[in-house]
Design a binder for this molecule. Structure first.
Ligand code: PGA
Length: 249
């Protein structure tokens, strides 16, 4: 039994239009209600276009929340195309994924930039889900541990509120590839992250993401030190997401 309340996060990425996205949210809502009360949290992170309508679908359902996939570091301003944490919160979001490798790589987001976003998210009342993870190249150079240490040290703002923070360990080479670290390697990295976090390491939720499926979820979540999962492609179908999430119990 995990010491911390576990959490299953669905990252829908840029998938889901009004009809299909809300149908998925409704189906997951039903599964949560049928199994209520859950001993863990479930967070759906749809595209920003669905934040409000998905919030309405899940409204009042215990243990189920909506999250964003990114936010700007300012509350408002002349930033065409961006969305602030305050706006996400206004639409009913309680969480936001920050520093995902797809944003670090495709949008050139740096650790310093991500730190500002975490500060903004927490100021707006959101819980930030900070993604960290080494690339295949880092792994081959045997520098995964030091890369994660740097990402943590530089991405966490000086005034970080640890009660509004979740760390997602997501090796870049495991995202969307069907390849994964061994449970032992995941456990080793989680321990490392806890040690970098120091005193807060024991209370902070640290989850794993990267090619999580119904088949491998039981193995990953067999370890009490893993506080949950961040699921991409397998979260786009309610039954497969549920077959993963229920192992958080
Ligand atoms: P995946 O994505 O489950 O499709 O590997 C995980 C993620 O990018 O958060």
């Amino acid at each position: 039994m995990s010491k911390r309340r576990r959490i299953a996060v669905a990252n829908w990425k840029m998938y889901g239009k009004l009809t299909s996205g809300l149908a998925l949210a409704r189906r997951i809502c039903t599964l949560v209600e049928e199994n209520s009360p859950l001993s863990y949290d479930v967070v759906l992170c749809p595209p920003a276009t669905l934040t409000w309508s998905a919030s309405e679908v899940i409204d009042g359902v215990y243990s189920l929340s909506i999250g964003g996939q990114d936010c700007h570091y300012e509350s408002y301003g002349p930033y065409t195309g961006d969305i602030s944490a305050a706006m996400l919160s206004d639409l009913g979001a309680k969480f936001v994924i920050l520093g995902h490798s797809e944003r670090r790589i495709a949008h050139g987001e740096t650790n310093a930039f991500i730190a500002r976003k975490i500060e903004a998210a927490q100021f707006a009342g959101l819980t930030a889900i900070l993604c960290v993870g080494e690339t295949a190249e880092d792994l081959n150079k045997d520098s995964a541990l030091s890369v994660i240490t740097t990402q943590l040290k530089e991405s966490l703002p000086a005034k970080v509120r640890m009660s509004q923070l979740i760390i997602a360990y997501e090796p870049v080479w495991a995202i969307g590839t069907g390849i994964q670290p061994s449970p032992e390697d995941i456990a080793k990295m989680h321990k490392h992250i806890r040690s970098v976090l120091g005193e807060s390491g024991e209370t902070t939720r640290i989850i794993y993401g990267g090619s999580v499926t119904p088949a491998n979820a039981p193995l990953i979540l067999a370890n009490d030190d893993i506080d949950g999962v961040l699921v991409g492609s397998a979260s786009l179908e309610a039954e497969s997401f549920w077959a993963i999430a229920e192992h958080c119990a």
